[in-house]
Every structure is written in structure tokens, then in C-alpha cells.
Design a protein around this ligand. Structure first.
Ligand code: NAP
Length: 455
């Protein structure tokens, strides 16, 4: 894939970038290594100051960066600006808490003095997706840099200007040159970069295929990885639920970011007793969503990020319908305008073995399933290779406890939408990946947990 800015709302190619040569990549890795040797000595208070300065730049220029994201990948501008604000929040969170999270931990043993010390590893490669072009990067970079590591960003090829802007923000904030560098390279260079001895560990947010490839390359070199991969999150509605609230949240949870979020609710699993009402209200709400130019303030749903994503989604819907699923809304790409537009879509009566039953749908398509009781709801929710998030709606305490303990997911939200929060760990189980970002767990992923024993 070319490294380029292509407006997904118009299909227009706005800027093309030459990928770095191997010699240029090597020079950047060398610079990164040198920067690490000095940066690891910088006191935490100074790192915090630079991280807070990063937050200030983001807050001050949130409109500018928000527009850049909308231009490159099509998310509605309001959401883009909120994403920049959230990036500032994660910077401030780690600026404030890193010292406490990384403080020595005393442990009583047979030594006179024994403790755990957290030390940085060096250059960490972050391979990132286009769907939250700033947030995905900042939730990696804020803890990694506060821990004394240096960052190397290989961003998705369709958001090169976001990638360059992020490097510029860290530099402007005062971080020394080389502490955070963007590498404009295609995915074909990733294996070689991971294998380079100057790179100490890697994190990838994206598809299973990309994650497996990166982890295999890192595994050969015995390097640590964190993987944040796909999801097909269930959204379960039980008879006792506040139905109005559940339907309203269902719309947001499915449509956020034009339906292209790993933790979007994708499979709606509804108890028979309330299924007709849920379905009717969901259809009504989907049909009034405004599809259009993502730069306009009243747009609910912009274009999908690339023509390929549109094609894949269209194929998944068509295959599922061909096998007997019923279309309650949408169902066909929007063809009377340029850009990668797909309408809010609901499928039901989804036969087993179809894409709707087995795959992640990365776009504004809700998959609706009916179940007789909680046993069937949990069984269906877990019948997926993924395990990222799960949302369950009930006011029954016993049901709540069962969902919390039996749903196979990295996060369970009761009566709320799955979302990330700097204060809470984020990550998946099963084929959704491993490791955690955010919170104290996130900053401990890329450190040497050093045991110290002194007699
Ligand atoms: P993708 O194709 O895997 O791309 C993600 C990143 O990986 C890009 O930088 C891409 O570079 C790179 N990449 C692609 N193939 C690679 C390979 N073989 N080896 C190394 N790097 C490779 O992902 P996507 O389809 O754009 O993103 C959507 C997926 O990401 C969905 O499954 C979604 O659920 C998941 N996601 C997960 C989370 C989470 O937190 N768990 C968050 C957001 C998205 P190029 O652009 O140059 O190809």
C-alpha cells in the first residue's frame, strides 16, 4: 500500500510520501539508540514536565489535529477533536502517576534489603492502525516515554500526516530529538525492523495477520510484544435492562468512528422477551442517522477509511444475506456519491457458519441475535475466536455476576458501553491479543522488572 493521504470522503489523493530507504531506517534506529542512552538518565520530574507540555499542545491545537485525522481517515470531526482531548488526558495521567507506578517495591526476604526496580528497555517499535490515529499512538507513547523508553512509530500507510504530526508534537513539547521518531515505511519493513538488535520490544494494534507476523518475528529474537488485535464484542440485553438506555448506547457503541473500532459492539444478543422492542427501536434510530461529510458538525456517520474496507464489508454482508440473513436496514454501499460510504445496516436471522456469525465486521453493521435465556446468551457471546470487550445489560444481580465471571473478554462493562480509560487496563484474551495498555499494567509492559537482593 502506498504511503499517502487519500481523502476517504472524496477518493482524492492529496499527498504521497516516499518510504524511507533501508539506510535511512538504519540511521533512525541508530539515533534512537543514542537518544535512549541519554534519555534514560533524565529525571522523572523532567519527563513529566515534557509530557504535560505535550498535553498542552494537544489541547491548544485540538481542532487542527482533529481535522487532520478526519481528512486522512474520515471520522466525524466532533469525535476526532474528542480523541485529541483524550490523548491529552493520557499524557497528563502518566505525567502524574508514572513516578508512583515505577517506584521501587520493597519485598521482605532473607536479604538485608530486597526490592523490585523498574527500568526501561530501550527503543520500542509501535505498529499502529489508522482507526484512532492519535489515540492508539499516545496510549502507547505516554507510558513508554515516562518509563524512560524511546519510541519508534510505524503508523498505518493511510495516515502519514498524522504520524509526522505526532513526532513534531513530542519534539515541540521538549523531548530530546530521537526520543520519539516516526518511520515512514510500509508493512514489508516491519519484520526487519523488529529483528534489528537496536529495537528491544514491539507493540502492534491491528489485525490478527499483522499481529501474528510481528509476534513471530519478535519471537525469533526473544523480544517482548504486546498485541491489541480485533474483536467481535457482544452487547447482551436481558429482560430486566433499561431498554431505552440500552438501545441509545447500542447505537453509539456500534457507530462510533464510523463503525471502525476494535471495541465497538458488533453482535447484539437480545433476550426473546425484549427482542421485538429492541429491534424496532434500533431500526428507527439507525434509519435517522445522518451519513455525510465528516467535516460537518451534524454528521453522524462518515465514510469508511479505505475502498478495501468498504469492499470487505460489502462482501461480508452479501455473503451473510445470500445464506439467509434478513436485512432490517441498509445493506448496500452508497453509490450515488464519491468516497467509501456505507449506510447504517442491521442484519438478523444470521445463519451459523456465515461471516455474520463468525467474523469481525469493521463498519456500521449491527448483527442481531435472539436468545432464550442467560445460558444461551453467554454461550453465544463466547462463541467467537475473539475476546476483547463485552457489554451486558441487566439489573439482576445474579445475572450481573455470571456475566462478570463467565464472559471471555479482557473487559466486561455492565449497563454501559465498552470504552478505554487511562485509569483502567485495556487489552484482550483469545485471538484479540495479549498484554495490557493503560493504567499501572500498561506502564509495566515495557520495563525490566529487576529483582534486587542485598546482604
Ligand atoms: P492492519 O492491516 O493490521 O494494520 C495495522 C498496522 O499494521 C498498520 O500500521 C499496518 O501497516 C501494519 N501491518 C499490516 N500488515 C502487517 C504485517 N504483515 N506485518 C507487520 N505490520 C503490518 O489493521 P487494519 O485492518 O488497518 O485495522 C483494523 C484491525 O485492527 C481490526 O481488526 C481492529 O479490530 C484492530 N484494532 C484493534 C485495536 C485494539 O486495541 N485491540 C484497536 C484498533 C484496531 P500498513 O498500513 O502499511 O499496511
Amino acid at each position: 500500500m502506498a504511503i499517502a493521504t487519500i481523502n476517504p470522503a472524496t477518493g482524492e489523493t492529496l499527498k504521497i510520501f516516499e518510504p524511507l530507504t533501508d539506510a535511512e531506517i538504519s540511521a533512525k534506529l541508530e539515533f534512537s539508540q543514542q537518544a535512549f542512552e541519554k534519555y534514560r538518565q533524565i529525571p522523572m520530574a523532567q519527563r513529566s514536565q515534557w509530557m504535560n507540555a505535550t498535553a498542552e499542545i494537544l489541547e491548544r491545537e485540538k481542532e487542527k489535529f482533529g481535522k487532520l485525522m478526519t481528512l486522512e481517515m474520515g471520522k466525524p470531526l466532533k469525535g476526532a477533536i474528542a480523541e485529541i482531548e483524550k490523548c491529552a488526558l493520557v499524557c497528563r495521567y502518566y505525567a502524574e502517576h508514572a513516578a508512583e507506578f515505577l517506584a521501587d517495591v520493597p519485598v521482605t526476604t532473607d536479604a538485608n534489603h530486597s526490592f523490585v526496580r523498574y527500568q526501561p528497555l530501550g527503543a520500542i517499535l509501535a505498529v499502529m492502525p489508522w482507526n484512532f490515529p492519535f489515540w492508539q499512538v499516545f496510549r502507547f507513547a505516554a507510558p513508554a516515554l515516562m518509563a524512560g523508553n524511546v519510541g519508534l512509530l510505524k503508523h498505518a500507510s493511510n495516515v502519514p500526516q498524522c504520524a509526522l504530526a505526532i513526532e513534531e508534537i513530542f519534539t515541540q513539547a521538549g523531548f530530546p530529538a530521537g526520543v520519539f521518531q516516526t518511520l515512514l515505511v510500509g508493512s514489508d519493513r516491519v519484520v526487519a525492523i523488529v529483528a534489528d538488535e537496536r529495537v528491544k520490544a514491539a507493540t502492534l494494534t491491528g489485525s490478527e495477520l499483522a499481529g501474528a507476523s510481528l509476534a513471530a518475528a519478535a519471537g525469533k529474537q526473544i523480544k517482548k510484544t504486546v498485541l491489541e488485535l480485533g474483536g467481535s464484542d457482544p452487547f447482551i440485553v436481558m429482560p430486566s435492562a433499561d431498554l431505552e438506555a440500552a438501545v441509545a448506547t447500542a447505537v453509539t457503541a456500534r457507530m462510533l468512528n464510523n463503525g471502525q473500532s476494535c471495541i465497538a459492539a458488533k453482535r447484539f444478543i437480545v433476550a426473546e422477551a425484549v427482542a421485538d422492542r429492541f429491534e424496532k427501536q434500533l431500526v428507527e434510530k439507525f434509519k435517522v442517522l445522518k451519513v455525510g461529510d465528516p467535516m460537518l458538525p451534524d454528521t453522524d456517520l462518515g465514510p469508511l477509511a479505505t475502498p478495501n474496507i468498504l469492499q470487505d464489508l460489502d462482501y461480508q454482508v452479501k455473503e451473510t444475506v445470500k445464506s439467509g440473513a434478513k436485512v432490517l436496514a441498509g445493506g448496500q454501499p452508497i453509490s450515488d456519491r464519491p468516497g467509501n460510504f456505507y449506510p447504517p445496516t442491521i442484519l438478523t436471522d444470521i445463519p451459523p457458519g456465515t461471516p455474520g456469525d463468525e467474523e469481525e465486521f469493521f463498519g456500521p453493521v449491527a448483527l442481531l441475535f435472539r436468545v432464550t435465556d442467560i445460558d444461551a446468551a453467554i454461550k453465544l457471546a463466547n462463541a467467537t475466536p475473539f475476546g476483547l470487550g463485552a457489554s451486558a445489560w441487566t439489573t439482576d444481580e445474579q445475572e450481573r455476576d455470571r456475566f462478570v465471571s463467565e464472559l471471555e473478554a479482557g473487559a466486561v462493562f455492565i449497563n454501559g458501553m465498552v470504552k478505554s480509560d487511562p485509569r483502567l487496563p485495556f487489552g484482550g484474551v483469545k485471538r484479540s491479543g495479549y498484554g495490557r495498555e493503560l493504567s499501572i499494567q500498561g506502564i509495566h509492559e515495557f520495563v525490566n522488572v529487576k529483582t534486587v537482593w542485598v546482604k
